[in-house]
Each structure stands twice: as C-alpha cells, then as structure tokens.
Write a protein that binds this ligand. Structure first.
Ligand code: NAD
Length: 486
C-alpha cells in the first residue's frame, strides 16, 4: 500500500520541513511501485540549524548526571520493546532484508542501548599513585562536544543506535544524518528518543544528500567528532577532511570477509554457516562471508553441500515469513552487483549457481538477484578482491592453512574472518596470523556482541573501534587531574 505521509527533520525539538521545502520519495526495494513516504531533502542551511541547536544544548545536557542520562536511555529501551514489530517492519520495507533479520537488528539496537544506559553508572576513570606526598591524581571523562553521526543503509536502525547511545551517555549532543534511501527507521528512532524525554537540541536529525549534509558536519568547526560507517571511499575522504580540522574521527568501512574450512571441520555445520553468512541479508552485511577457502581433501564434498543449502533458499519479498533472501536495497545496488558478476565471468571465473537478476512476476517490481557461487576464480579476479556487497560467494581450493591464510590476507580489507577446524593448534595459528579486526572459530563471520569492540583493520576501519568500552572511549576525552592537599 502506498503511503503519502510527509516526514520531517527533527531540529531543536521541532519536527520541521527543509528550509528549501524540497523533498524526495522513498520506495520499497521489494516493490518499487510502493511509495513509503516523502522525506525532506536538506541542504547545508538545515545542517547549520542542527549544529546551532546541538551547540546550544550541549552545556545543559553534559551537566545532567550520567545516571540520569542513563534513565532516559532505559526509557528508550522500554518504548522500543513495545514497538519491536513496527520497527522491524519499517526496516524490511525500506531496506528489503527479511523480517527475521530485521527483528534481529531491532534486538541488536536494543542491546546496545541497554549496554550504554548501564554505562551511565560507570563511565570510569583511573586513580593512580602520585609521586608527590599528599597528592591525589586521577583521570575523568568529559564529553567530546557536538558529534556528527553518519550512517549507511544496510543497518538503518542498529548502526545509528550503536553510535547515538554511547554518544549520549557520554554527554555529547548529536546531529544524525541517516542514509538517503533508509530514513524511516531513523525517524522512528528519533521519535522514541523524543518520547523518552530527551531535551530539545540534544539529538537532531537531518535527512538528504551525504555529500552536502555529511560534508557540512565534517567541515564545521563546532562539530568535534564524527562517527561514520559506510564505504571505504567516503570514509577515507571524511577521515582526511576531518583530520585537517583536528576532529576526532571514527570510520567503519567495507569488508571482503573470508571463511577457511579445514579438512577436519564439521562440514555440514560449516557449509550451512557459509551459505547463511554469504546470502543472509542478501549479502549486504559488512560482515557477510564473501570468500570461502576450502582444503583440497574436502573441496568437492563441501561445494556439493553448499549447493544443496543454496538451492533450498527462497528469494522474494522479505515481509513474507517464508522468504529467506530479500531484494537488494536499490537499483544502484542491483546494477553494481550484476556488473561485478559479469566482470568476474569476463575475468575467467566460473559460476556454479546463480549469476542472474531474477525476472518475472514479483521479481520485475523489485531488485532481486540469484544467490551466486563462483568457483575456479583466479586470486587476482576483481570478484576475489573487491567488496561486492551482494549475495555473491567466491570459492577457492587450497593445499593447507598457510595457503589459505595468504589468500585471506591478500586483500585491502580486514574486517571479519572465520575458520572451521577441530584442531586447536591450527585454530591458534589462524588467530595469530589473520589480519582482521574480528576473528571467529567455528562460527560465521557475522555480527558481534555489543559489549565487545566492533571494527576492522586495514581499509576496513580507522580510529577507535565501535561498541564495547572502546565506544565510550571514542565519545569521551580523558582528563588528568592532580590535587595537592598537603
Ligand atoms: P556510503 O559511503 O555511500 O554512505 C554512507 C553514509 O555517508 C550515508 O549516510 C551517505 O549519505 C553519507 N555520505 C555520502 N557522501 C558523503 C560525503 N561526501 N561526506 C559525508 N557523508 C557522506 O555507504 P553505503 O552505500 O550507505 O553503505 C554501504 C557500505 O557501508 C559498504 O561498504 C559496507 O561494507 C559499509 N558498512 C560497514 C560497516 C562496518 O561496521 N565496517 C557496517 C555496515 C556497512
């Protein structure tokens, strides 16, 4: 059903149109004829208003005690709990992932809000022994100030939550710029913060183009920190532009995550996990499995198992509970993924299954592509090296763990990785030699728990990790205090 609802920005506690009055429409990627609503198309002027509001409210917010700030986050949690299904449906409608994945995303957002709310009673510093008699020294945390939060479309609720909640508990005020194609989850999240009693100006939402609003946040001297998740291309630009302004910057970016399967692995479990890791959420997770590296002794058997599990997957509209794989999130994504598949074939890769856009009936109205497995791929093939960000898995046959590690590490990215083996020595060799920020043994490359740091090495991440204690370290400054009471 079409929705002609007109959504607004949230600045200084007011829901308002863009200054220019310009809007854009958001559609369902599972059915491009379904209009989801109109969104303000903002410019630098709107971003300036939001920065004014966040700057004016900073003093008051940062002087509320951290446990009181935590109480507001606990209230956010209670309201989210009562709206779980609505939030999950919104994610599926605007992003396309299947409802069960959206429900898992809502749960993840709630976990991080709960974790951050509890931190209101900690935000610890250290005391240390002074070298002078009758002196005390300790460290304490102060907020960074006004922070810009710039997020991608693939986790439109969880990624904003895992940045905004730690930012707020540390006493910062926020300007939130969600992805262009998924603003509805962002709007619902901000509505919940408002209802939970967050004072005006503490969180501000500005929707529209990243190059204009996002860039304004990076360039404005009143913004002290930027937390960005998105592509390596944009993250690199934000990091260097922000550094020239001496801002604190955190960028979480792309991945090309590999799973190694050794000959002693539980093949059934490993094959299932690889297929879920590669094709779940239509391969549009930063931690999705995009390469599988298999020891030669079990190669044929493993490929056969993956084929069986892949054939069982049903692709369609993610709002239908029987569907396993939803559409890609936009026409741009569809064009990019099918172009990569074509290039992979041109460069000598062989397709074992999939490889095409799905057509006919409901598929003509959305952006659907078949889950695709490549075999016999040269290590230098573009599909072996670059992030595709779709349901495309590249397989390699190797002689042993050393060769598997060489292939795993021979890419620019270093986000997540996994090994399947029962041999503890091989597992430790892998853990100690793999170049990724997150390492799994006998579990998929996906996700993470909110109390552990999340992020990547090399071109996958720069600056502080997100989540866990590191999340609070990014959003606060440690001050050293010396007291002489002699
Ligand atoms: P993107 O880089 O195109 O956009 C991300 C955000 O940046 C959007 O809000 C966009 O509007 C904004 N933006 C665009 N140009 C900008 C500019 N010049 N200045 C400031 N902001 C700007 O990424 P995307 O397509 O939305 O997301 C997909 C990418 O995100 C993939 O590469 C994926 O791997 C990555 N990702 C990484 C993680 C992680 O934690 N490492 C998590 C999820 C997604």
């Amino acid at each position: 059903m079409n929705s002609t609802e007109k959504f607004r920005n949230y600045i200084n506690g007011q829901w308002q149109n863009s200054i220019s009055g310009k809007e854009y429409d958001v559609f369902n990627p599972a059915d491009k004829n379904q209009l989801l609503g109109s969104i303000p198309f903002c410019s630098k002027k709107d971003a300036d208003l939001a920065i004014d509001a966040a700057s004016s409210s900073l003093h008051e917010w940062s002087n509320i005690t951290a446990p009181e700030r935590g109480e507001i986050l606990f209230e956010v949690l209670r309201i989210m709990d009562s709206r779980k299904l609505d939030l999950a449906e919104t994610i599926t409608l605007e992003e396309g992932k299947v409802l069960s994945d959206s429900e898992a995303e809502v749960k993840r957002a709630m976990n991080i809000i709960q974790f951050s709310a509890g931190e209101g009673r900690r935000l610890l510093g250290n005391t240390s022994q002074s070298e002078n008699e009758n002196n005390v020294s300790y460290t304490m945390r102060k907020p960074l100030g006004v922070v810009g939060i710039i997020t991608p479309w693939n986790f439109p609720l969880a990624i904003p939550a895992w940045k905004i909640a730690p930012a707020l508990i540390c006493g910062n005020t926020v300007i939130f710029k969600p992805a262009f194609s998924t603003p509805l989850s962002a709007i619902k999240l901000v509505e919940i913060f408002e209802e939970a009693g967050l004072p005006p100006g503490v969180i501000n939402l500005v929707t529209g183009s990243g190059s204009e609003i996002g860039q304004s946040l990076v360039e404005d001297n009143r913004v002290q920190g930027i937390s960005f998740t998105g592509s390596t291309e944009i993250g690199t630009k934000i990091y260097s532009d922000g550094a020239s302004k001496l801002k604190k910057i955190q960028c979480e970016m792309g991945g090309k995550n590999a799973v190694i399967v050794l000959k002693d692995a539980d093949i059934e479990k490993a094959a299932k996990d690889v297929v879920i890791g590669a094709f779940g959420s239509t391969g549009q997770r930063c931690t999705a499995t995009s390469r599988v590296i298999i020891e030669q002794e079990i190669y044929e058997e493993f490929i056969e198992k993956m084929l069986i599990f892949t054939k069982e997957l049903k692709t369609g509209n993610g709002i239908d509970p029987d569907i396993d794989i939803g559409p890609l999130s936009s026409l741009d994504q569809l064009e990019k993924v099918t172009e990569y598949i074509g290039l992979g074939v041109e460069q000598g890769g062989k397709i074992l299954i999939g490889g095409h856009r799905l057509e006919g009936e409901i598929f003509d109205d959305g952006f659907y592509v078949e889950p695709t497995i490549f075999v016999d791929v040269d290590k230098e093939n573009i599909v072996a090296k670059e992030e595709i960000f779709g349901p495309v898995l590249i397989s390699f046959k190797v002689a042993d763990l050393s060769e598997a590690l060489d292939i795993t590490n021979d890419v620019d990215f270093g986000l997540s990785s996994s090994i399947y083996t029962k041999d503890i020595k091989q597992a430790y060799k892998y853990i100690n030699n793999v170049d990724t920020g997150m390492v799994h043994v006998n579990s998929p490359t996906l996700g993470g728990e909110v109390h552990l740091p999340f992020g990547g090495l090399k071109s996958s991440g720069v600056g502080h990790r997100e989540q866990g204690e590191e999340g609070f370290n990014f959003f606060s400054e440690l001050i050293s205090v010396y007291i002489d009471h002699s």
